[in-house]
Design a protein around this ligand. Structure first.
Ligand code: NAP
Ligand code: GCO
Length: 266
């Protein structure tokens, strides 16, 4: 069926940052299964080795780089090597990210800066490295992984929410500045997804009860469940494909309805 071909990523080159596991791994897996060649990075050699094994298990010949996305020289070297070995990057997913859950007045400035560096400054660094080749090629897709915290605050996540709120606006600004070169920049705002990043919020309590935050999220989610990385695969393919060529500067929330819902009455 013709319309389904719009979702193909056949022949495309995709860089997914921080895709050793979690959401990034699922997105990279989806892109590979939609036909793209995959490059990914992380900081840890141990994570890299495990990730390459996992990609192999899925039949995916992913090219992995040890690269800290906050270091511009490492990013430039990685992008240059990808362009030499796989070709110009057609799709960039700024996925790498961290969170520190610390009450703001207890948080050190360097801790705040580390979160903002990885979650906001790094997407600027990596996007800046890939846009010139996208302009030359005449097309490109940039997808920034935002968050519920691009829209909402909560206790202990001041740095993360500030970064993800900024990432929403960086997304809109890249869309505004580079849309004329047929580059689309959009965001995905996952809800609460079961990955290592949220594992502390789902730990079973000593009394065998679910974590209070786990119960809280279930009460705030119309779908009455946590998301999984697989829930992000289809939306990510859509925003990377020609099916979304006239969508620009949009944040697609994949949250089971959290942002639409006041929450279950206690
Ligand atoms: P995760 O499980 O903690 O994975 C994070 C990945 O990023 C790892 O591969 C990590 O590998 C890499 N990374 C971290 N800092 C890096 C750096 N400086 N340079 C390169 N790689 C780096 O996280 P996740 O839950 O999959 O989340 C992925 C993205 O989705 C993040 O941006 C997160 O904020 C966002 N998000 C998550 C949720 C959720 O509920 N899980 C919801 C909304 C948004 P190394 O440590 O080896 O570098
Ligand atoms: C938290 C969670 C969230 C999720 C995600 C929600 O501590 O509240 O880690 O921040 O990671 O960003 O969209």
């Amino acid at each position: 069926m013709e319309v389904l071909k719009q979702f193909s990523l056949e022949g495309k080159v995709a860089l997914v940052t921080g895709a050793a596991y979690g959401i990034g791994f699922a997105i990279a897996e989806a892109y590979a299964k939609a036909g793209a060649k995959i490059a990914f990075n992380c900081r840890s050699t141990e994570h890299m080795e495990k990730a390459l094994e996992e990609y192999q298990k899925e039949g995916i010949d992913a090219k992995g780089y040890i690269c800290d996305v906050t270091k511009e020289d490492q990013v430039k070297e990685m992008v240059s090597d990808i362009e030499k070995s796989l070709g110009t990057i057609d799709i960039l997913v700024n996925n790498a990210g961290i969170i520190k859950r610390i009450p703001m007045t207890d948080m050190r400035v360097d801790e705040f800066r580390e979160v903002v560096d990885i979650d906001l400054v790094a997407p600027f660094i990596v996007s800046k490295a890939v846009i010139p080749s996208m302009i030359k090629k005449g097309n490109g897709k940039i997808i920034n992984i935002c968050s519920m915290m691009s829209e909402l605050g909560r206790e202990t996540v001041s740095a993360y929410a500030s970064a993800k709120g900024g990432l929403k606006m960086l997304t809109k600004n890249i869309a505004s500045e580079y849309g004329k070169y047929n580059i689309q920049c959009n965001g995905i705002g996952p809800g609460y997804i079961a990955t290592p990043q949220t594992a502390p919020l789902r730990e079973i309590q000593p009394d065998g009860e679910r974590h209070p935050f786990d119960k809280f999220i279930i009460s705030k989610t119309p779908a009455e469940r946590w998301g999984t990385p697989k829930d992000l695969m289809g939306p990510a393919v859509f925003l990377a494909s020609e099916a979304s060529d006239f969508i620009n500067g949009h944040i697609l929330y994949v949250d089971g309805g959290i942002l639409a819902y006041i929450g279950k009455q206690p």
